[in-house]
Design a protein around this ligand. Structure first.
Ligand code: NAD
Ligand code: TDX
Length: 355
């Protein structure tokens, strides 16, 4: 982190933000301010278990849709680095209720940028020179690929879901604050993450939990949609490199060469469960094709050449390796999953819309 002593992480009670906070507590001596509204996808169990959290982690329970509270939180944190991960993150929820995505991801980012801009302008020269605002975004802003090609930093934006449109809007706001107001920003656009502590509404935890419970596994459409899977800790490596060493005003695409069809992912999980929980019928017998997601992007794939060559980033986990760790983790944390699901009103694939 260099001279940066105070880090403001937004969305640090969520899946990826939580992994960032844990890493900062473990591998730096910085004080971490965790701004999160503590919504349905939030959980602090993994952070509170760390001995270092007592002294160096401070939760700021704030909703970014509240401009005044956001300004006050930024003032309190007085950061040298902001890592902005807070967002409504689930595509199916954005289809059901897009308003919350516009409020948090677009208006929330606007409020944060305004507060951070004032903060940055008021810093001493030395701290102002070292200050950075890192915006964490998704490959979904680039739209949907055909059978060939990969997204890179020069791919035109073409978001197609309310979620990805709201993230695209937030990326544009961040770039505009850089060009217009000179805010020192770095952006990253990452592919699908997976790993421990992911809220059990996303594909991989849904499939593990459904299969382990002997319930139908919802596979949308023909199951041939492709995602480029990245283990969450590899994403955290990329985020810390980009936040600290990325060129200002630049964006970096992050992906782990982990392209798989959804059907391949589901079958790989079922095969692991057959090994870990032998006896009974093969878990793949539970796969149940359900109505497709409206506007379902067909394929995502990332070309990570820029972050690899400029910043030396490489993923450390092959998909099969990360998946096995993840499957074992969810089998051992089914109690946690029921607790957070109850808190979040979750009811299973497509938010309970599927049969
Ligand atoms: P998550 O849903 O697990 O966590 C998001 C956190 O943000 C939650 O704790 C939530 O309470 C908080 N939040 C949402 N709206 C807020 C608001 N208005 N004010 C304060 N806090 C708010 O999401 P995640 O999977 O950890 O994703 C984190 C970030 O990474 C998001 O910006 C997402 O767009 C991006 N991203 C995610 C993936 C992925 O595969 N999960 C891939 C690429 C990029
Ligand atoms: O039950 C399911 N069955 C199914 O077939 C679920 C939940 C999903 N799917 C499909 C839809 C997608 O093609 O699996 C794929 C992955 O779905 P999600 O886990 O919902 O992820 P996705 O829509 O690809 O978006 C994720 O990656 C990019 C994150 O939720 C975003 O926050 C991130 O930006």
């Amino acid at each position: 982190l260099g001279s940066r002593r105070r880090v403001l992480v937004t969305g640090g009670a969520g899946f990826i933000g939580g992994a960032v906070v844990r890493r900062l507590l473990a591998e730096s001596t910085a004080t971490v301010f965790n701004l999160d509204k503590c919504g349905y996808a939030s959980d602090l169990t993994s952070i509170e278990a760390l001995p270092k959290a007592a002294e160096r982690h401070q939760l700021l329970r704030v909703d970014l849709t509240d401009a005044e509270a956001t300004t006050a939180a930024v003032r309190q944190a007085d950061p040298d680095l902001v890592m902005h991960l807070a967002a409504e993150s689930h595509v199916d929820r954005s289809i059901e209720g897009p308003g919350a995505f516009i409020a948090s991801n677009v208006t929330g980012t606007f409020h944060l940028l305004q507060a951070v801009r004032t903060h940055h302008e008021g810093l001493s020269e030395e701290r102002r020179d070292a200050f950075r605002f890192h915006h964490i975004s998704t490959d979904e802003v680039f739209g949907s690929l055909g059978d060939t090609g990969r997204f890179s930093e020069t791919t035109p934006y073409d978001p197609r879901s309310p979620y990805s449109a709201s993230k695209a809007a937030s990326d544009h706001l961040v770039s505009a604050w850089h060009h217009t107001y000179g805010l020192p920003v770095v952006l990253t656009n990452c592919s699908n993450n997976y790993g421990p502590w992911q809220f059990p509404e996303k594909l991989i935890p849904v499939v593990i939990l459904k299969a382990a419970a002997g319930e139908p596994i919802p596979l949308y459409g023909d199951g041939a949609n492709v995602r480029d899977w990245l283990y969450v800790e590899d994403h955290v490596d990329a985020l810390l490199l980009a936040a600290n060493q990325g060129q200002l005003g630049r964006s970096y695409c992050v992906g782990g060469h982990g392209e798989r069809t959804n059907k391949q992912v589901v079958e790989a999980i079922c095969a692991l469960l057959d090994q870990l929980r032998p006896g009974g019928a093969p878990h793949a017998a539970l796969i149940n094709r359900v109505t497709d997601r409206p506007g379902h992007d067909r394929r995502y794939a990332i070309d990570p050449a820029r972050i690899s060559s400029e910043l030396g980033w490489q993923p450390r986990h092959a998909f099969e390796q990360g998946l096995e760790v993840t499957v074992r983790w969810y089998l051992e944390h089914q109690g946690w999953c029921s607790d957070v699901r109850e808190q979040g009103g979750y009811s299973g694939g497509r938010l309970g819309l599927v049969a």
